[in-house]
Design a protein around this ligand. Sequence first.
Ligand code: SP5
Ligand code: ZN
Length: 348
Amino acid sequence: MGIPVVWSPATKQHVPKHEVWVGVPTPGTELPERVDVILRALELHPLHEATPHDDRFLAAVHDPALLEFLATASHAWAQGPYDDLVGQDRVVPYFFQTDALLVGMPPTPPAALHARAGIFCYDTMTLVGPGTWEAARAAVDVALTAVDLVMAGEQAAYALCRPPGHHVTQLGYGGSCYLNNAAVAAEALLAAGHERIGIVDIDAHHGNGTQAIFWERPDVRYGSLHVDPAAGWFPHVFGHASEAGAGAGSGTTRNLPLPEGTGDGPWVEAVAELADWVGDCDALVVSLGVDAAGDDPESPLQVTADGFRAAGSALGALGRPSVLVQEGGYDLATMGHLVAAYLAGHAG
Ligand code: SP5
Ligand code: ZN
């Protein structure tokens, strides 16, 4: 038994192959096998396959231009000259439409797909290939099916979303993420009648996309603990303690950046602080990355399974309907066990 698990086989259709990091192609780490190791670690939990959902909550968080680009880019790339031109089948930008390029001039939309990609994609590590859209869209259905279970009376449901989503803004994608599953879940919980949503993001990286989407929103709080971007970590320009929301959302964003090497004690304390901060919300979304683990290749935090269990206890103890959305976590040997530890703690 345990918290119900929602998944979709289609989430395995995205194969990152490689990513370009500071000019060097390295093997992708956000692999389809992540789904298999998590499912294996949760084999005693009730398992649900995701059901199809329409685009209304996706459209509530993302700009139609981003959705159209992601849905069509891989097919357009295959139709284009790229087989001869570059000899690889992944859509990846090389040209970025930054503020520094535009300096106030209005750009004309670029004709070349390899330039258009740089309007939406803000790094070189998040390639779009055959199956990427299908997997990312299936992950949204996974999140929405988990919301359905909670609305039907489950105290908590775990959404095995993959690819992850918390780095995706209204308009921009990156950080191995394409569609913001957690933000979609929050919108669906609001539409189902919950008035105030708390999102707690325990992934090792700051969820800049989720923060951006709810930056001016009084009805959704976003709290994150993560490795300090000021120490040189992705997403570099967001995730500092000074970022607290704006306008009607002033004070509804909270960031707890942590030093490299942070282990269970202070990490769990930070989770407890965010749990306390969202304690009066009606429903909870947890961006459940497990890349803060000591064995994880993508972060310098040193959290153990005991830490993830304690994090689950702190957030589960709020007693709020909870949708637990998978984000990062890349060590195939240990990550399933870490997700299981979090869920056991959350269930209490
Ligand atoms: C959802 C999530 O956890 N996204 C992580 C995005 C951070 N990626 C930064 C990658 C930095 C370089 N990694 C080098 C490892 C070689 N694959
Ligand atoms: Zn992460």
